[in-house]
Design a protein around this ligand. Structure first.
Ligand code: ARG
Length: 303
């Protein structure tokens, strides 16, 4: 017995449906990025940042960021840019402060994240204000049940092309936020428990390429996750641990089912991806790796 496609259930184990039979949703057409001129490693809130305070080459970071905006433009996406804000060195990771999605009636809503680390909370309003100025409805999500951390598209992914959300939790996002998110969007949410602090966001250890295929880092997940992941994706490709840790190779991004944008030098990962027929687009995000971020974190997909 399968639930109706739009039942807002949270699923932690066995998938009662094939995701490829769920209702479709339109592809995103834009990306939101934040100017990297304010980027820095000024505190340590993930293991990648340790030892890197004050080591960022600002000019190099700005150039790397600019090159990434060019890649998205070249692939046909409209790139929207939020200005840098003094004192918010992680604002550049726009995957984290919000989560846009479409309601069943076609309206777009943006959920405002509840950042785990206090130092990043001021970023939430900066991004929410930008969405509002663009005409979006921003849902701050009820805080009545107390503070439930949620870090946007860092932990929650829309399943490629379908009305389904994959929700990571464990470090930055609490599982208890997902019933609320399922209800807002009227979609099922499949949750995945993260267990390794080096992979503190779902986007560091799961990279869907299309509705059949995803890259993943086995070490990042609770043991039974492979079971859930193989019910979600027909083809699962392992990212070697060294490239996943040192180059955040699983933080690459496939926006269109064809191109995989990834940190340069992740040779084994790139070889696997191109052997499957995807076009690998290498970029250098070395300055951002010092902060525990790479391609996927540096943008938010927009309608
Ligand atoms: N320094 C940032 C943090 O720890 C990096 C965020 C990277 N974002 C991501 N979606 N993985 O919060």
């Amino acid at each position: 017995m399968s639930p109706r496609a739009l039942d807002p259930v949270v699923i932690d184990r066995d998938l009662p449906f094939d995701p490829r039979t769920l209702p479709t949703r339109p592809p995103e057409t834009g990306v939101l990025m934040a100017d990297a001129s304010g980027f820095d490693v000024a505190y340590v809130i993930n293991p990648h940042m340790a030892g890197n305070i004050g080591t960022v080459d600002r000019e190099k970071a700005r150039a790397q960021w600019q090159a990434l905006t060019d890649v998205y433009r070249r692939l046909g996406y409209e790139v929207h840019v939020i200005d840098a804000v003094e004192g918010l060195p992680d604002l550049v990771f726009t995957a984290n402060q919000s989560f846009p999605g479409q309601l069943p009636d076609g309206r777009w809503v943006v959920l405002q994240s509840h950042m785990h680390a206090e130092v990043r909370r001021p970023e939430e309003d900066v991004v929410a204000d930008w969405h509002r100025a663009r005409g979006a409805t921003v849902d701050k999500m009820s805080r009545e049940q107390g503070f439930i951390p949620f870090e946007g598209m860092g932990d929650a992914h829309w399943f490629p092309g379908r009305r389904l959300i994959i929700g990571g939790h464990g470090f930055r996002t609490h599982r208890d936020i997902y019933p609320r998110i399922a209800t807002v969007f009227q979609v099922p949410v499949v949750t995945l428990d993260l267990v390794d602090p080096r992979f503190y966001h779902l986007d560091t250890c799961l990279a869907p390429l299309d509705e059949n295929t995803a890259l993943f880092v086995p070490e990042a997940f609770r043991a039974d996750a492979v079971h859930v992941l193989s019910a979600l994706f027909e083809r699962l490709i392992e990212v070697p641990l060294d490239e996943a840790v040192d180059l955040l190779a699983c933080n690459g991004h496939c926006p269109d089912g064809k191109h995989f944008i990834v940190q340069q030098g992740a040779m084994k990962t790139a070889a696997k991806v191109s052997a499957l027929g995807y076009e690998v687009v290498e970029v250098d995000t070395s300055e951002f790796l010092k902060s525990g971020g790479s391609v996927f974190c540096m943008k938010l997909m927009l309608p």
